[in-house]
Design a protein around this ligand. Structure first.
Ligand code: CP
Length: 309
């Protein structure tokens, strides 16, 4: 049995296989409508979500399976003090696979130690969000045609931003990847990522303080929200929240084929005027999240492909 707790839990070959299956599903989703008939996914969300929870549920429903779960800690027995370990022991006998989001780093990993069904980390605190990364990689592969030889700008909250952390971990395994990190000093990427992932793999990167100075060099601009819920101090949040706002004026300096990604939700870091720019692909990205989660569920459950494949 395999769990997906961090992007490195999938080898590059396994990752490519999931992306290839996701592309097949995207081309003809109806063909996969019976692949998980009779199977159930538990979505245990201890923290708010729109895309991740609903796309996991849509994915399982699209595969012919069923869904159960909770969308907040308050509506589960966590509110009475039940541990993640006890919860997953019980849920293992109700469902075949589980997607878990939790505000504490490592909670889905703890669940995996006590689970008899595959656990998918659907976001743990400021740590990792591997299925967002699968979504991001599918978006880049589908629209750029490659996952190598790209200059990727990551902008916003790089300290607490789990989507950026997972993206760095996953993309650092591809050839010719360069990163440009655009953040205020207080929200720089964590030291452990610089040392253990970027330096250890000799990945080229630079850190800058303005978007304008690097826009012309980017193939991908990965925007992120400054996350109010990760700050201990509201004053710091208010001071930093509007640090980087992408608008049409800044887009003028970007390559004609640069892609703007964002895991969403957006607050105000991308002006809505940018939505009309064909390079803004964040809503397409959210749509692709369903197909990649269908592929992941099939892979972790060992589901047969439809006849004819
Ligand atoms: N991208 C993402 O994780 O969105 P949600 O918080 O809405 O799930």
């Amino acid at each position: 049995m395999k769990h997906l707790i961090s992007p490195q839990d999938l080898s590059v070959a396994e990752l490519e296989a999931v992306l290839t299956l996701a592309e097949e599903i995207a081309a003809a989703p109806d063909r996969f409508s019976d692949c998980c008939r009779g199977k159930k996914i538990a979505t245990l969300f201890y923290e708010p979500s729109t895309r991740t929870r609903l796309s996991f549920e849509a994915a399982m429903l699209n595969l012919g399976g069923s869904v159960l779960g909770f969308s907040s800690a308050d509506s589960s027995s966590a509110a009475k003090g039940e541990s993640v370990a006890d919860t997953i022991r019980v849920v293992s006998s109700y469902a075949d696979i589980c997607a878990m989001r939790h505000p504490k780093e490592g909670a889905p990993y703890v669940a995996s130690l006590h689970s008899s069904i595959p656990i998918i980390n659907a976001g743990d605190g400021g740590h990792n969000h591997p299925t967002q990364t699968l979504t991001d990689l599918l978006t880049i592969k589908s629209l750029k045609g490659r996952l190598s030889h790209l200059t990727i700008g990551c902008c916003g909250d790089l300290k607490f931003g789990r989507t950026v952390h997972s993206l760095i971990n996953a993309m650092s395994r591809y050839e010719g990847i360069r990163f440009v990190f655009i953040s205020p000093e207080e929200l720089r990427i964590p030291t452990y990522l610089r040392e253990e992932t970027l330096d250890a793999n000799q990945i080229e990167y630079k850190e800058v303080r303005t978007l304008e100075e690097v826009m012309p060099s980017l193939d991908i601009l990965y925007m992120t929200r400054v996350q109010k819920e990760r700050f201990f101090n509201e004053e710091d949040y208010i001071r930093l929240k509007d640090s980087f706002i992408l608008n049409n004026e800044k887009m003028k300096y970007a390559k004609p084929d640069m892609l703007v990604l964002h895991p969403l939700p957006r607050v105000n870091e991308i002006a809505t005027e940018v939505d009309e720019d064909p390079r803004a692909v964040y809503f397409k990205q959210a749509q692709l999240g369903v197909y990649v989660r269908m592929a992941l569920i099939m892979t972790l459950l060992g589901a047969e492909r439809p006849n004819g494949n």
